[in-house]
Write a protein that binds this ligand. Sequence first.
Ligand code: C2E
Ligand code: MG
Ligand code: MG
Length: 301
Amino acid sequence: VGIAVYPRDGADADQLMRNADVAMYVVKESGRNGGRVFAPSMNAEFTRRLELEQDLRHAVERGELVLHFQPRVAERGRRLVGAEALVRWHHPVQGLLGPTAFVELAEESGQIFALSDWVLERSCAQLAVWHALGHRDLRVSVNLAPVEFARSDLVERVLAPLRRHGLPGRALEVEITETSLLQDQPEVADKLRRLRALGIDVAIDDFGTRYSSLNYLRRLPVSTLKIDQSFVHDLTAERPTAPIVHAILGIARGFGLHVVAEGVETEHQRQALAELGCDEMQGFLFGRPGPAGDVLGGRGA
Ligand code: C2E
Ligand code: MG
Ligand code: MG
């Protein structure tokens, strides 16, 4: 419920309704099921988001999206195994925006489907280039949003760009968050199974930070766990996270899953992870997200 009060919040019915709407929007934003009285400060935020949402509508067609790739390595950083695709938006006025500034908005406004389709298409096009250069083992990971698992066409949407570029399923991995699994519907499991049957790997992103029930690990056909950056970062903290990383590696081993440590920034963290037995890593130490051309680096493009 959004509430606007005459005459403070509007001189006529139109204005009152508009401001009540703004207040209702704020309620929806903060998790629905509630009520708020309109405040003028709500307007600025609402207008800003509305404008950004409208701009986003044209971002794909105007070619404003940019796809960066961050290398993923194995064998203590010696071997490049692939890259994660991370989207950015070159906003005409606000400049280069990171995904945290607009992905959630895209999810709420339903534009995430067009955005992901673009990311999938660009990723596959890039993979085709790398494979043509002889790097046939390179794979790209694409982040998918929870809402995408609610729709029936997910598998077809992932498969289409692979087919278009003549790529095998194993060239692609999709990253999902624990939130996607929370929905715990049989349809989600079914989609994951179909992806895996096509050879497409399924990674759980930011593993260990959300409501990990762990129970899904035995029911869902996931293939990879990505250890959240916070655990990697605090490996050297006062209360180190090594026991958590150790536990995740143990669980992964038991289920036959791959593990990737995210956010590796220092030699010290790399060392600690290697000692714990974590083989695959990703982080600024090995390469920041950047243009596709940077990924191969000195590895012979
Ligand atoms: P994520 O999938 O967990 O991606 C890792 C994030 O950590 C990226 O931030 C990356 O730039 C950053 N990162 C990588 N290595 C390091 C490091 O060593 N240190 C630190 N401090 N950070 C590191 P980014 O690009 O801002 O992306 C943020 C989140 O936005 C991603 O988290 C992902 O959940 C989401 N996202 C990005 N691209 C897409 C996309 O195409 N679709 C969807 N649905 N979500 C996306
Ligand atoms: Mg990710
Ligand atoms: Mg992550």
